[in-house]
Design a protein around this ligand. Structure first.
Ligand SMILES: Cc1cc2nc3c(=O)[nH]c(=O)nc-3n(C[C@H](O)[C@H](O)[C@H](O)COP(=O)(O)OP(=O)(O)OC[C@H]3O[C@@H](n4cnc5c(N)ncnc54)[C@H](O)[C@@H]3O)c2cc1C
Length: 409
């Protein structure tokens, strides 16, 4: 079993430094190959840190630009921008998050009712379907908290088109077991595989492709579905707004709230001495079913690392919020410290944002305002996340070029 990666910023920066020489030609050539958990993959493995913003997309892109330049590392930079694209897309079409939650609830109710369907689901999540590659990936995911991108695509495709299981249950399985489990990248990638993202387009896992890119570790055959029919009537819902910039200077009545969505608040609010900083543990909000200990442990330690890096007179957490009125350690701590405004790095659509709403109401009742501050990286890129990735990239590339030019000055 792979050792769980260290959930701190120092490790993220060290990993980026180690990977930098490989972010150019090496990545472009080998990124689709999955040599398995034994080692040899040429991808960065940065996603658990990037997902929690222990390191920012901007930091990774800037470092790669300095080392290689855009032309030589365009593929890697594009991949980092897929994360930004998915986050922006979900921000602009929040209905997809609500739909996912609804599909999950109905899928679970339907699938857990019948004995056969319950058994099929259990076989898929415990790696006992009899499809070797799929079973190996299910076990790898549960043991390591990670799967290579290609394995995620193959796994999701087999889940939907061969096993004919509801996509939302697969997305939930990933979200509860991936160290980088992310509401936008995960939900929208599953939708993309199932044919719900691009009208008329699905992703079919083909035996030859699996064999080639798994380095002959797996040789599946006719047990895999040979067709992936696209669902009909897929339309894009209307676009929602993007967050507006928030300019503020934190003062004595302001406290900092940290969530697993953004764990480098010191980059957003440099040199602020906070009277109070609170880390809120929200990992269990990802699902009604249990999140893996590994995932919870990673997020918890990452929250503690961020809290420890914060300059604050008083630190609280990581804490959980209770369900009852008057059962909020955060409201209690803020009231006690005379806080009027609780400031947090912007929380995008997903379980943390959902779960913050009751807290916002409790804070309001105590006359404390909750303010989310978006990052310029998101403000700059999210407006273009309206259609497909390549349209997004057309708008994103000039922004990346401008970063490169600014760094060269
Ligand atoms: C069905 C499915 C579910 C997924 N669920 C998640 C998820 O919950 N969380 C998550 O972070 N990624 C998810 N991905 C995207 C992708 O598989 C991972 O980001 C990537 O495998 C992480 O490994 P890496 O850091 O070695 O990536 P690298 O190849 O080294 O890429 C560098 C970084 O670019 C970003 N990136 C690369 N590919 C993608 C992509 N396709 N979509 C979004 N960002 C990308 C990641 O931040 C990654 O760390 C999913 C993909 C699929 C097909």
């Amino acid at each position: 079993m792979r050792v769980t990666p260290q959930p701190d910023r120092e490790t993220a920066l060290a990993r980026l430094a180690d990977f930098l020489p490989h972010a150019g030609e090496d990545y472009e050539r080998w990124r689709n190959h999955d040599f398995g958990p034994g080692g040899g993959n040429r991808v960065s493995g940065l996603s658990p840190w990037l997902r929690h913003r222990l390191i920012g997309e901007d930091e990774v892109v800037d470092a790669v630009l300095r080392h290689h330049g855009l032309a030589a590392a365009e593929k890697f930079i594009q991949e980092v921008c897929w994360r930004t694209y998915w986050k922006g897309f979900l921000e602009r079409r929040p209905v997809h998050w609500r739909e996912y939650r609804d599909h999950l609830a109905t899928g679970r109710a339907r699938f857990c009712r019948g004995r056969d369907s319950r058994a099929a689901l259990e076989a898929a999540t415990t790696g006992r379907t009899g499809i070797d590659c799929f079973d190996a990936w299910a076990r790898e995911l549960c043991e390591t908290g990670y799967l290579h991108n290609h394995a995620r695509m193959w796994f999701a495709s087999i889940w939907v088109f061969t096993l004919e299981l509801p996509w939302a249950l697969g997305a939930d399985f990933f979200l509860r077991h991936l160290l980088d489990g992310d509401p936008a990248s995960n939900t929208l990638s599953w939708r993309w595989v199932a044919g719900l993202h691009t009208p008329g387009k699905t992703y079919l896992a083909r035996p030859r492709n699996i064999r080639k890119y798994s380095n002959d570790r797996f040789t599946p055959g006719p047990e895999l579905a040979s067709e992936a029919p696209a669902p009909e009537g897929i339309e894009r819902p209307p676009l929602g707004p993007v967050p507006a910039p928030v300019e503020l200077t934190p003062g004595p009545g302001d406290a900092l709230l940290i969530t697993e969505e953004d764990l480098t608040p010191e980059r957003l609010f440099p040199a602020v001495q906070w009277p109070l900083a609170v880390a809120l543990q929200t990992t269990d909000w990802r699902s009604d079913a249990p999140v893996s200990d590994q995932v919870r442990g990673f997020a918890n330690a990452a929250l503690a690392d961020a809290l420890q890096r914060t300059h604050a007179e008083q630190r609280l957490g990581p804490v959980r919020e209770g369900d009852g009125v008057g059962d909020s350690p955060i409201v209690e701590a803020c009231t006690h410290a005379g806080i009027r405004r609780l400031i947090t790095p912007y929380v995008p659509n997903g379980p943390t944002a959902d779960g913050l709403e009751p807290l916002r109401a409790r804070l309001q009742a105590a006359d404390i305002e909750l303010v989310g501050v978006p990052r310029y990286w998101d403000l700059d890129h999210w407006p273009a996340a309206t259609h497909g990735f390549f349209r997004f990239w057309k708008a994103a590339r000039p922004l990346i070029e401008a970063r490169q030019a600014a760094a060269a000055e």
